[in-house]
Structure formats: structure tokens, C-alpha cells
Design a protein around this ligand. Structure first.
Ligand code: AP5
Ligand code: MG
Ligand code: ZN
Length: 216
């Protein structure tokens, strides 16, 4: 399947994406994760984009589209994929249509994880991520067994540099202005299915699993 998961910053896209990718046996393609890996690796691309991520601005479309074009050309994407965090603008969505058209494929499903804006700040400032394996935790909602240590690999947990109150506020604003309008782009094609992202994590997954099964 070719799935796109959408929703505002902190909606739970990454948390659910891990489960979807494993359930459907498809790669989880997250532009945010790809960009953070480039920054960590101090690559040329990483140096170019670091200020965008730190301030919560969108990386320019040309850069982002090329990253996705390369990723979707890799053989593991041919059986399907889960896009998380891309596309985020109408030009990105149109570029994706072009890339998929060249591959002779198209999106099957767009999941829209809905969470009210008031809940998002708390989710993001309380988030902690494993440096080693990328697993996501929360100080209140998904508490690791030992303080600051990843349950699955023992790695150190850290706070993303863009999870400060100031940058989160900017990211939420950017989402409303530039990314939310994309939903109508996909609604016109009847691809969007709504998911209540305010339920506990396992219940959100149960809703998503039901939707995916109904497509299989
Ligand atoms: P990206 O990494 O995509 O960040 P984002 O869209 O802001 O989303 P997040 O990863 O912050 O949230 P999430 O929905 O994945 O939530 P999570 O599951 O972690 O992008 C980062 C930056 O990269 C952008 O700002 C931009 O600069 C750049 N970028 C990326 N893509 C781009 C593109 N296409 N174009 C241009 N620039 C781009 O959950 C959050 C927290 O809540 C966790 O602590 C989790 O444990 C908890 N939680 C999850 N679900 C629940 C639940 N149901 N109940 C309670 N808590 C929950
Ligand atoms: Mg994420
Ligand atoms: Zn880990």
C-alpha cells in the first residue's frame, strides 16, 4: 500500500507510523527523520537545512522534493511506502503526483490524525526521543521504564531541538498556513480518512488498523 499520514506537529504521526510500517511491511519514509540524520551526519545537505529545522520553517520545496525522489527510487519503496511529513505544501503534493506517475503508481490512502491545537504544545514539549534507535516517548503519556533511558535499546533519550515552546508555536502556525490546505487537495480525490488522535496511543492504532484492513 501507498499511505500518507498527515496531522499537525505532535499529532502522533511518527508514533503510529512505526506500527503501520511494521503491520503493512512497508518502509516508513519521514522527511523529518531524513533531515535530522543529515544534520547529525554533518553532510552538505545537513548544513544547508539546519536553520530551517531549528526555527520550524519549511525546508525549500526543491530540496525536499529531490530527497523524496531519491528515497522513492530505492527498491524497497516499490512494494509500497508510508509517507510521514511529506508532502507539506501544494507544490510538494504536485511534485509527488509527478514522481508517482513516473513510477506508474499513486497514493491509496491519506490518514488525517486530528488533535486539537491546545493538546499539541504539551505533547511536543514532553516528547523524548532515543538517540540510538529513534523510539519516541513522552514524560506523561508514554513514560520510559527508567528515567532518560530507552526501553527497547538502552539508548539515551534526548529532547528535539525544535521542541521548545517558541519553535513549536512557529511550527503549529506553519502547519495551519502551509500544510492544512493540502487536506482539501486529497479530499477532492476522496483519499482522506479521519482518525481521532486524542484517544490513547493503542486506541488510535486500533482505529488505523481497522481502516487499513478495510483497504486490503
Ligand atoms: P517532522 O519531523 O515531520 O515534525 P512534525 O511534522 O512537526 O511532527 P512531529 O514529528 O513533531 O510530530 P508527530 O506527529 O510525528 O508526533 P509523535 O508521534 O512524535 O518535521 C520537522 C521539521 O523538518 C519541520 O519543522 C521542517 O523544518 C522540516 N521538514 C520535514 N518535512 C518537511 C517537508 N516535507 N517540507 C519542508 N520541511 C520539512 O508524537 C508526539 C508526542 O506525543 C510524543 O511524545 C508521543 O509519545 C506523544 N503521543 C503520540 N500519540 C499520542 C496519543 N495518542 N496520546 C498521547 N500522547 C501521544
Ligand atoms: Mg514525527
Ligand atoms: Zn532506543
Amino acid at each position: 500500500m501507498r499511505i500518507l499520514i498527515m496531522g499537525p506537529p505532535g499529532a502522533g504521526k511518527g508514533t503510529q507510523a512505526v506500527r503501520i510500517a511494521s503491520f503493512c511491511e512497508i518502509p516508513h519514509v519521514s522527511t523529518g527523520d531524513i533531515f535530522r540524520a543529515e544534520i547529525k551526519g554533518c553532510t552538505d545537505l545537513g548544513r544547508k537545512i539546519t536553520s530551517y529545522l531549528d526555527t520550524g520553517k519549511l525546508v525549500p520545496d526543491e530540496v525536499t522534493v529531490e530527497v523524496i525522489r531519491k528515497r522513492l527510487q530505492q527498491p524497497d519503496s516499490h512494494k509500497g511506502f508510508l509517507l510521514d511529513g511529506f508532502p507539506r505544501t501544494i507544490p510538494q503534493a504536485k511534485a509527488l503526483d509527478g514522481i508517482l506517475g513516473e513510477m506508474g503508481s499513486a497514493l491509496d490512502l491519506v490518514l488525517n490524525i486530528r488533535v486539537a491545537p491546545q493538546a499539541l504544545l504539551k505533547r511536543l514539549t514532553g516528547r523524548r526521543v532515543c538517540r540510538k534507535c529513534g523510539a519516541t516517548y513522552h514524560l506523561l503519556y508514554q513514560v520510559p521504564q527508567a528515567d532518560g533511558v530507552c526501553d527497547s535499546c538502552g539508548g539515551e533519550l534526548y529532547q528535539r531541538s525544535d521542541d521548545t515552546v517558541e519553535t513549536v508555536t512557529n511550527r503549529l502556525d506553519v502547519y495551519q498556513k502551509q500544510t492544512a490546505p493540502l487536506l482539501d487537495y486529497y479530499r477532492e480525490r476522496d483519499l482522506v480518512r479521519e482518525v481521532d488522535g486524542e484517544l490513547p496511543i493503542d486506541q488510535v492504532w486500533a482505529e488505523i488498523e481497522k481502516l487499513i484492513r478495510s483497504f486490503a
